[in-house]
Design a protein. Structure first.
Length: 286
């Protein structure tokens, strides 16, 4: 059994395993770094926030593209954001064992895009009133790409979307008159041999406009900051709650990523807009 104050990282293809593993570790006093998205459900994310606070441990979510935080702040009040990412169709051979079952393209790829202007990254937009999702389908119904790689797996994924787009409203907390719209699109059906592999495009329009390369905020920085935080807490120099105020990807600071993903799935399934609001200190869906 790991000692109190130990740390673990959770990097699993199946997003559904994140929550039980993280909760198990936190309840035993172990610091946790979990890859994005932390959980499938907002309620589970809120559980991890409460558990980390109760057991006085650090819980971070590993995120890419964190340079966008500083870049966005320099561009003024948020008005419009567009993010697009795609994988080639051949990636379906990798993902099909669990695509559309325990995860989907929304979680696989949108998790790379959402951190770019969720509230703790672009501090001007910190209320997310509504999320609406639409999807395209057809390519994932059959997989005629490379069947020799895994012949035992099913050749059809009828429950899987090809491309998903989330439309998210944002409301500035600094200026009641400023509202913004963000469009996040993710796909895993880019044509083969089209030069697309994890292609990513982002555009931010505020009082100024800007593009993001994302490389200065790659994942290893999240890992480094997590280890530094865990060591500092173990040494009694800081408290886990201190890191919620530093703009770091703590479990508390990343809650709206999960909220938007969860709302997006509900919107797809129920064909309606889903509200996101704060009830006291807790984010909930409507």
């Amino acid at each position: 059994m790991p000692m109190y104050g130990s740390l673990i990282s959770i990097f699993a293809q199946s997003v559904g395993t994140h929550y039980p593993i993280a909760l198990y570790a936190i309840e035993r006093g172990i610091h946790v770094l979990v890859t994005k998205p932390a959980t499938q459900l907002l309620s589970h994310h809120n559980d991890l926030i409460a558990a980390a606070k109760k057991h006085n441990v650090v819980c971070f979510v590993e995120h890419h593209k964190r340079d966008a935080k500083a870049r966005a702040k320099s561009l003024g009040e948020f008005n419009y954001f567009n993010a697009w990412m795609s994988q080639p169709k051949s990636q379906l051979e990798t993902f099909r064992a669990w695509a559309g079952k325990d995860s989907d393209i929304r979680q696989v790829i949108l998790r790379f895009l959402l951190p770019l202007n969720k509230p703790d990254f672009a501090a001007t937009a910190t209320i997310c009133p509504h999320t609406t999702s639409i999807s395209a389908a057809g390519f994932c119904k059959t997989l005629p790409f490379r069947p020799e790689l895994s012949p035992a797996l099913p050749r059809e994924l009828p429950q899987t979307e090809d491309t998903i787009t989330l439309l998210v409203d944002w409301q500035s907390v600094k200026s009641p008159k400023h509202k913004g719209t963000a469009v996040y699109t993710a796909s895993w059906t880019a044509p083969l041999k089209a030069g697309v592999h994890s292609a990513q495009h982002w555009y931010y329009m505020g009082e100024k406009s800007g593009h993001f390369d994302g490389q200065r905020g790659y994942g290893y920085i999240s890992i480094e900051k997590f280890i530094d935080a865990a060591r500092s807490v173990n040494a009694g120099l800081t408290k886990p709650a201190d890191y919620d105020t530093h703009g770091l990807p703590t479990i508390a600071n990343t809650v709206l990523t999960t909220a938007i993903l969860n709302a997006g799935r509900i919107s797809l399934d129920e064909k309606r807009a889903v509200g996101i609001k704060k009830d006291g200190e807790t984010w909930v869906l409507e």
